[in-house]
Design a protein around this ligand. Structure first.
Ligand SMILES: *[C@@H]1O[C@H](CO)[C@@H](O)[C@H](O)[C@H]1NC(C)=O
Ligand SMILES: *[C@@H]1O[C@H](CO)[C@@H](O)[C@H](O)[C@H]1NC(C)=O
Ligand SMILES: *[C@@H]1O[C@H](CO)[C@@H](O)[C@H](O)[C@H]1NC(C)=O
Length: 188
C-alpha cells in the first residue's frame, strides 16, 4: 500500500466517523430551529361496534371476574382491538373518510374509563395516507371529554394536539357507540 493510498484511507475513515457516526451510535447534537407550525382542525364521527356479526372492535383478552363488573360489555381489564370507521356524518352509512386502528383497555377500577392507544388514519382528501396518534385516557362516562394527541405521520408529522369528544349515541348493553371528534392538530 502506497503512502498516498494510506493517507486517503485514513482520511476516508475519519470522514465516515464524522459524517455517518460510524464510530459512535449518536450524531453531534446541533441547534435546531423548527419550521413554523401550522394548525389543522378535523371533524368526523367514530363508530365503535362491538355487537353483531361484523364487529369493528373485538375482545382479545380479559381477566376472570366474579364481581358485579362482569355484566359490562368491557369490564375492568378488557383489552380490545379496533378497526373503527371514521365518517363525515353521524350515520353509519355516511361517507367513510378513514379508520381508527389500535387498542383500548378498560382501565378504570371504579368508574368506566378506557386508555386508548390508537392511530387515526385518513383514506380520502388532502390527508389521504396521513394519520395522527392518540395515547390517552378516555373518561367515557363524561359526555364531553378530551384526549391527548401525541404524534403523527405524513402531513401530520410531529403533530401534537387535542381531540374533543362528544358522545353522539351509546348502547350501554352492548357497548356500541358513535362519537363526534373535533380535533385540533399542531404540525409542520
Ligand atoms: C388514497 O391514497 C391511496 C394510496 O396512495 C390511493 O390508492 C387511493 O386512491 C387514494 N384515495 C383517494 C380517495 O384519494
Ligand atoms: C342495545 O343493545 C341490545 C343488545 O344488543 C339490543 O337488544 C337493543 O335493541 C339495543 N338498543 C338500541 C337502542 O339499539
Ligand atoms: C372544534 O373545536 C374548535 C377549537 O376548540 C372550535 O373552534 C370549533 O367550534 C369546534 N367545532 C365543532 C364542530 O365543535
Amino acid at each position: 500500500m502506497g503512502k498516498k493510498t494510506g493517507i486517503i484511507l485514513v482520511a476516508f475513515t475519519l470522514h465516515l466517523c464524522m459524517s455517518f457516526a460510524l464510530c459512535e451510535y449518536y450524531s453531534e447534537t446541533l441547534p435546531f430551529s423548527p419550521k413554523q407550525q401550522v394548525v389543522t382542525n378535523l371533524h368526523f364521527f367514530f363508530h365503535d361496534t362491538l355487537s353483531g356479526p361484523e364487529p369493528s372492535a373485538v375482545l382479545i383478552a380479559k381477566p376472570h371476574l366474579t364481581g358485579e363488573d362482569s355484566s359490562s360489555p368491557t369490564p375492568f381489564g378488557s383489552l380490545m382491538v379496533m378497526d373503527d370507521p371514521l365518517t363525515l356524518g353521524p350515520h353509519p352509512k355516511s361517507e367513510q373518510i378513514g379508520n381508527a386502528r389500535g387498542m383500548y383497555v378498560s382501565s378504570g377500577k371504579h368508574v368506566p374509563t378506557l386508555t386508548m392507544y390508537v392511530d387515526f388514519g385518513f383514506t380520502s382528501g388532502l390527508f389521504n395516507g396521513s394519520s395522527f396518534t392518540v395515547f390517552s385516557r378516555n373518561p367515557i362516562t363524561e359526555k364531553e371529554r378530551e384526549l391527548a394527541v401525541v404524534g403523527g405521520r405524513g402531513r401530520f408529522r410531529m403533530a401534537t394536539g387535542v381531540a374533543q369528544l362528544n358522545t353522539y349515541s351509546v348502547n350501554l348493553t352492548n357497548g356500541d357507540a358513535i362519537v363526534e371528534y373535533n380535533v385540533t392538530l399542531y404540525h409542520y
